[in-house]
Design a protein around this ligand. Sequence first.
Ligand SMILES: [Zn+2]
Length: 232
Amino acid sequence: MSLFDLTSIHCPACGTSSDFQAAGSVNADRRPDLRQEILDDTFQTVTCTSCGEVMRLEPVVNYLDVEFGLWLAVYPPRQIGDYQALEETVQGLFNDSYGDAASPSAQEVGAILKPRLTFGWPATREKILLATKGLDDVAIEMLKLDLLRRLPRAPLRAGVELRVVDVTEDSLQMIWVETASENVLESFEANIQLLKAITDDPEPWAEIRESLTGGVFVDIQKLYLGAGRDAA
Ligand SMILES: [Zn+2]
């Protein structure tokens, strides 16, 4: 079931409030149109009836996609600093719904789901895109670390992320994006062979893979946001 709550959103440009159906949960198997809206960056956007400003609701959404084996707990970007506590909460929620604490039939579904925690729409869209393309999101995060070493300069700072926005046979389209505003700062293409080099020779990456998959927040930001889970 996909669940929505009626809420109101205030236009930052003119102050008019508009009624809005805020998504609390999305079932992409039953509502593939909602999966597509997320991929199109139109999901949870509303146009101000008074001045035409386009606004987007910050996400607090649970996303289920059995077809592509993905389960997401999506939080607003401003909560990224709490990722360690949220990892525990979200893992518990997943266990209750599809893990050890769930019914045998739910556990069967859970066995094919990758549980992930994301902050903001760009990360959420990326996880869904990668799932639909059959790409390993952990390898993509490792590729980002590799790219950070190769790029002559990178606009890396708090609130700015590196995201994959499209995948072709030869390349990955990447953007540097401000998470909260979704403003794209820069874009570039990465040769898909760089990803292949990582997946073909995983041994040197084993330690980083372990760090990235130590919780449901699978994102290179956890490597520099704090000291990591061991310090908690
Ligand atoms: Zn307005």
